[in-house]
Design a protein around this ligand. Structure first.
Ligand code: SF4
Ligand code: MG
Length: 328
């Protein structure tokens, strides 16, 4: 994706000029075949919107989206239908938008009928197979979603997403509605499927804990922009941006007794409709200076391809002694 932006119209008021929320602000990024890219940020950071722009579930206000070298920004008709099959989404609550009177067979089989016009017998066989793929008994095809636990429902949602034979799966907080004990099972399932089917994955999450073991690279978003992008190990072992550092420091610590060096995140997320000038993080950043209030930082691309958008990342990280980086 190149220079992608998405604006939504805000609530309209009489005699007031129309207001816009820029949910995604001039983002460029690439997702590589076979990788899992995590997009992390608080609610209101634009992470779900970015995911939907990349899948062409939403049309960009500005910028371009490419898929396998082809520009798909304005794809429509048959091409868009084809893309719908190849680029699939798993929702946090897979049944929120579905008719509760549909059986599992209808839910999982719907894409087969819609996209592939598959006949009934063939569809039933394929649904049984898909249920097996996600670890559910084929006999459950006749049941209704309310008969299942959250984890089982998410498996059904995954089976439905797999029905059309996708190449890329976007999980929009796929496990955040589930109990912690069930989360690991669904994460493992996604990992296994990715290997077996050679999928590329994008995982959208509000916390770092879930994505640690299932992603290759991480993009950290704040108020519509990517503030840091790096491999998962770089993000966890040596985060460079103060916001990433705060996110990691506020995640539950696996080893008790570790002294926090970084202050926790202070204050609330500013209103995305009127983001702060300069660096958008300056209202919550412990390192903010006058320059941060006035000038927007330019994204710096470091050796190995990691990216950071902060005026002071070198100073900050030299002070913390966490990482030594030669000046670019
Ligand atoms: Fe903090 Fe300034 Fe860096 Fe923004 S640019 S993250 S305010 S130090
Ligand atoms: Mg969301």
């Amino acid at each position: 994706a190149f220079d992608l932006s998405k604006r939504f119209a805000g609530p309209t008021r009489l005699f007031a000029p129309k207001r816009y929320v820029t949910a995604v602000d001039r983002i460029s990024l690439a997702v590589y075949p076979g990788e899992t890219l995590a997009i992390v940020g608080e609610s209101g950071s634009g992470k779900s919107t970015l995911g939907r722009l990349l899948l062409r579930l939403l049309a960009a206000s500005e910028g371009r989206v490419y898929y396998q070298g082809e520009e798909i920004t304005h794809a429509s008709g048959a091409r868009l239908n084809q893309l719908r099959r190849e680029l699939q989404i798993i929702f946090q609550d897979p049944f929120a938008s579905l008719n509760p009177r549909m059986t599992v067979e209808q839910i999982v089989g719907e894409p087969l009928w819609l996209h592939q016009k598959m006949g009934k017998a063939e569809r039933q066989a394929r649904v049984s197979e898909l249920l097996g793929t996600v670890g559910l008994p084929a006999a459950w095809a006749r049941r209704y979603p309310h008969e299942f636990s959250g984890g089982q429902r998410q498996r059904i949602g995954i089976a439905r997403a797999l029905a059309s034979g996708p190449k890329l799966l976007l999980g929009d907080e796929p496990v955040s509605a589930l109990d912690v004990s069930v989360q690991a099972q669904v994460v493992n399932l996604l990992e296994t499927l990715k290997q077996q089917l050679g999928l590329t994955m994008i995982i959208v999450a509000h916390g770092l804990a879930v994505i640690r073991h299932m992603s290759d690279r991480v993009a950290v978003m704040y108020l519509g922009q990517i503030v840091e992008m790096a491999t998962v190990d770089e993000i966890f072992d040596a985060p460079l941006h103060p916001y990433t550092q705060a996110l990691i420091a506020s995640a539950p610590q696996p080893q008790p007794g570790i002294v926090r060096e970084t202050p926790l995140l202070q204050g609330d997320l500013p209103n995305p409709a009127s983001p702060p000038q300069g660096c958008r993080f300056h209202t919550r950043c412990p390192f903010a200076t006058d320059e941060c209030q006035q000038r927007e930082p330019i994204t710096q691309v470091l050796e190995g391809g990691r990216q950071v958008s902060c005026h002071r990342w070198q100073e900050i990280n030299r002070d913390r002694g966490v990482i030594q980086i030669a000046p670019p």
